[in-house]
Each structure stands twice: as structure tokens, then as C-alpha cells.
Design a protein around this ligand. Structure first.
Ligand SMILES: [Zn+2]
Length: 353
């Protein structure tokens, strides 16, 4: 039997096959796989060459050089291909078809998320998000809100004062030589009334500043201020809006209550409490009696309506102003026990949200 002829045919076939297969090799890693498949220890050509040893010596002399030439030819073809792919065999290759490494993506700060959610909840019942100055005159921050100069109620706000630019200083109001960093978003109330469009359904969300810093206070925080003014607005409307917000923001298992209080710019005035989610209203270390204070609310004082050129005999309304940070911290299951954490910019904390 002419094993040498048979072997020569096999070698020829293998070379054709290799040449053809090599054309579809597009990247360095594929080339490496190809090389192993033909020239590796268990490669196709290697297996074939192993059989050479079993041929009669005469036939081996004929086939040997052909086999070597075939091996060399495939090796050359691989080297050539490697060159055209631009790989020197030392540089690690890049497989462009592998999935990439995702760049780490940030997210909006917790308070930005909370503000967006609050805005969305109120917009669904017709409240428009508005913005009013965060550095304002004494008149809008206090005077127009039924707190004349030297009124003791002003002491409750640990206010930052800044000197007003000369161009803004006037003599017709004695405190006009300074401006305040707004200690609450209520400065937007009379500003909104002055736009002269009734009814008013505003939600003013902005920064507020007070000189205080501890576990439940930061010098810069956010408030959202709701104001609804129309004919025949009653406490029932106020309660309805608060209940709607509490259920949307905290969930339908939370309840709220109005507790009589005093503010200069609302009459009657309330503080709003919501049931504590940690103890489900039974009373715990955090809440003491099962309730957590959310913020103030009340029916707009007639003097404030007058300051905004609205006739208190025709119109009535309610207002509420709550801290965004505190409201957010009372969300179910968050258990943020120090308000200052929100602004420490510690990524280990922020990335949890
Ligand atoms: Zn509790």
C-alpha cells in the first residue's frame, strides 16, 4: 500500500483547509486558537506528522520533506497573518467584541431626587413649581408675613444677614440696608401674590439658611412651601392636600395629625405630625409618642393677604412649609439618624440611594 501517496494527499488537503481557514481569522486571539489547532501538541498537522514514523523508511524519505514544507508553509502563513493584524505576539491583544467596562455612573443627590418627587406629587393636583429669591429683603422674609420690625417672633429664625448693595438700599423701609439669606421659603408667599394671578396654587422649593448645626439641623437646607389661595378655601382643603401628600410620599399606611400651634403669618396655625414608621405609632426612642413633626401649616393670615394686595374678605387660603431633608428622612425604612450625613459628601453613604 502506498501510504506515502495517501499521506501526501492528506497533507495537501490540510494545507488547503488551513489556508482557507486563515482568511477568516480577524483578531489576534483567533490567530492563537488557529495556531494551536494546527501546530499545537494535539494540532491537526502534528497528529498527521506523528503517523510519519510508522511509514516504511523509503516512503518516509519522500513524504518527510513534503511534511516539513507543509508545516513551514502554515507557520509562515500564521506569521504573515500576525504581521498584518499588527500583533507582535508580546503585546496583549484586545478583543474588540468583548463587552466593555462600564464607566461608573453617578446619580442625582438624594435631595435632588426628593425635590423632584415632591414637585411631581404636587403637580398632579395642580400645584405649579415656582422659584423665588434665596437672598431677599427683610420685607419679604419677615415684614410682609405679619412680623413687623422688632417683633419677637423673628427671634425663632436664626437668620443670616448680608449688607445690601448700595443700589438696593432705600430709605423708605428702615431695614432695607441689609438683605437676608432666606430663613424659610415663605418669602415666596407675598411675591407670588404680587404676580396678581388668582387662584394661586404654588409649590416653592428652594434653599433656606439658618445659623444652626446639629443632629437635626444644617445651616443650608431646603424647604417646600405650598400656597393655595382662592375663594372659599377652608381647613378641609388643607387637610385634604396634606393627606394626599402624606399617602403619596410616605405610603398609605402612614397617618398624620394637625396640632394647634402659633405662627405669625397663619391663623389658625398648626404643626403637622406623621406617624412614626419605626414603631408604627406605638412610641419609640426616636418619636417618643408615636408621632414625628413634619412642619408648619395654617390658614393664611389676613394681614399677609393684604400685604400681597389680595382682599381677605373675598379670598382665603392655606400655606405650609416643610423641610425637604427632614421630610425625606422620615421616609419608610431609610433610618437616616443624622441630617448632616446628607451633606458630608461621603460616597459610601450617598451610593446607597
Ligand atoms: Zn416611633
Amino acid at each position: 500500500m502506498r501510504y506515502d501517496i495517501q499521506m501526501q494527499n492528506l497533507l495537501k488537503k490540510l494545507q488547503e483547509e488551513a489556508t482557507h481557514a486563515l482568511t477568516s481569522v480577524k483578531i489576534a486571539d483567533e490567530l492563537r486558537v488557529f495556531e494551536v489547532a494546527y501546530l499545537g501538541r494535539k494540532g491537526k498537522l502534528t497528529e498527521l506528522l506523528k503517523q510519519l514514523g510508522s511509514l516504511p523508511i523509503e516512503q518516509r524519505k519522500t513524504v518527510g520533506p513534503i511534511a516539513n514544507a507543509t508545516k513551514q508553509s502554515i507557520a509562515d502563513a500564521i506569521a504573515h497573518r500576525r504581521e498584518t493584524l499588527g500583533v507582535d505576539g508580546k503585546t496583549p491583544s484586545v478583543d474588540v467584541t468583548l463587552p466593555g467596562i462600564r464607566p461608573s455612573e453617578g446619580h442625582l443627590h438624594l435631595m435632588t431626587q426628593a425635590i423632584a418627587e415632591i414637585e411631581d406629587i404636587f403637580s398632579r393636583i395642580g400645584f405649579n413649581r415656582v422659584r423665588h429669591p434665596e437672598v431677599d429683603t427683610d420685607w419679604y422674609a419677615f415684614g410682609s408675613l405679619n412680623m413687623p420690625a422688632d417683633h419677637p417672633a423673628r427671634d425663632e429664625w436664626e437668620t443670616f444677614f448680608v449688607t445690601a448693595p448700595k443700589t438696593l438700599q432705600t430709605t423708605n423701609y428702615k431695614l432695607q440696608t441689609h438683605l437676608v439669606l432666606t430663613p424659610h421659603t415663605s418669602n415666596g408667599q407675598v411675591r407670588e401674590m404680587e404676580r396678581g394671578k388668582l387662584p394661586i396654587r404654588m409649590i416653592n422649593i428652594g434653599k433656606s439658611y439658618r445659623r444652626q448645626s446639629d443632629i437635626s439641623h444644617v445651616p443650608m437646607f431646603h424647604q417646600f412651601e405650598g400656597l393655595y389661595i382662592d375663594t372659599n378655601v377652608t381647613i378641609a382643603h388643607l387637610k385634604g392636600v396634606i393627606e394626599y401628600f402624606v399617602h403619596q410620599f410616605f405610603g398609605s399606611n402612614r397617618s398624620y395629625r394637625l396640632r394647634p400651634y402659633h405662627f405669625q403669618f397663619t391663623e389658625p396655625s398648626f404643626e403637622i405630625d406623621i406617624s412614626c414608621d419605626i414603631c408604627a405609632g406605638k412610641g419609640c426612642r426616636l418619636c417618643k409618642e408615636g408621632w414625628l413633626e413634619l412642619g408648619g401649616a395654617g390658614m393664611v393670615h389676613p394681614n399677609v393677604l393684604k400685604a400681597g394686595k389680595i382682599d381677605p374678605k373675598k379670598y382665603s387660603g392655606f400655606a405650609f412649609g416643610w423641610g425637604v431633608e427632614r421630610t425625606y428622612m422620615m421616609k419608610e425604612g431609610l433610618k437616616i439618624d443624622d441630617i448632616r450625613l446628607l451633606y458630608k459628601n461621603d460616597l459610601r453613604f450617598l451610593e446607597q440611594f
